[in-house]
Design a protein around this ligand. Structure first.
Ligand SMILES: [Zn+2]
Length: 224
């Protein structure tokens, strides 16, 4: 028996929706998020992304339902939910874009600031429950870049984030978009690709599959 390891991704969590700060598909109300997490905790044993990676490479038999929680983009609102996750003993990996940590740079399609976790706040996250992974230097589509551009973006992102004591060498593709070229770049840099493909993980293949738990996707019944 080989139980899958489910890797979940969420984006922004806050009490009220603000169209200047978030896009509807990437937002979950705080109450709903907490309810969903507690329901998942009943069903799964949460482990860190790195522990899941080791298990996927090693396990021939797996009889426990493991899950991993990840969060993309590093929206400022997520800082408020971290104490809840820590209290629940749920590790989380934040996949972030270093460019927006200055509190000034705006991401395309977003009009308000500050909307991202600032660099000082990020560097003060020292809990062993929280790890920091890469999501590109900017939130650009990896498949729309040349190999050189993508490699440069990855290097820039890595040079900043690897200074964080909780850095882990995982790279979550923006919008889940990837190609053989982007896979080659990550493998050359010994980074582990992370997708948003709705897949469960049994053995390690060429990356780690994830399922969204933002309320928009839950309502579309992406999760079975
Ligand atoms: Zn993203």
């Amino acid at each position: 028996m080989l139980c899958p390891i489910e890797v979940f991704v969420f984006h922004a969590v806050s009490d009220r929706y603000d169209e200047k700060l978030n896009q509807r598909a990437d937002w979950t109300p705080t109450d709903e998020f907490k309810t969903n997490i507690l329901a998942l905790k009943d069903k799964y044993h949460f482990i860190s992304l790195d522990e899941a990676f080791q298990k996927l490479r090693r396990d021939l038999i797996r009889t426990i339902n493991y899950a991993v929680l990840t969060c993309d983009d590093g929206f400022a609102s997520v800082m408020d939910i971290l104490p809840f996750l820590e209290k629940q003993q749920i590790p989380v990996t934040l996949f972030v874009n270093p460019k927006y940590m200055d509190g000034v740079s705006k991401r395309e399609g977003y009009t308000d600031n500050p909307q991202y976790i600032l660099k000082d706040e990020m560097w003060n996250l020292r809990s062993p429950m929280i790890t920091i992974g890469m999501h590109g230097y900017e939130h650009n589509d990896a498949t729309q870049m040349s190999k050189e551009e993508f490699a440069h973006s990855v290097e820039k992102c890595m040079s900043i984030l690897e200074q964080h004591p909780q850095y882990v060498p995982f790279y979550a593709y923006t919008w889940g978009n990837y190609s053989p070229m982007t896979q080659q770049v990550l493998i050359e840099k010994e980074l582990i690709p992370v997708f948003t493909d709705g897949e469960s993980n049994y053995r390690y293949r060429q990356g780690i599959g994830r399922k969204p738990i933002d309320s928009y996707y839950l309502k579309k019944k992406v999760i079975n």
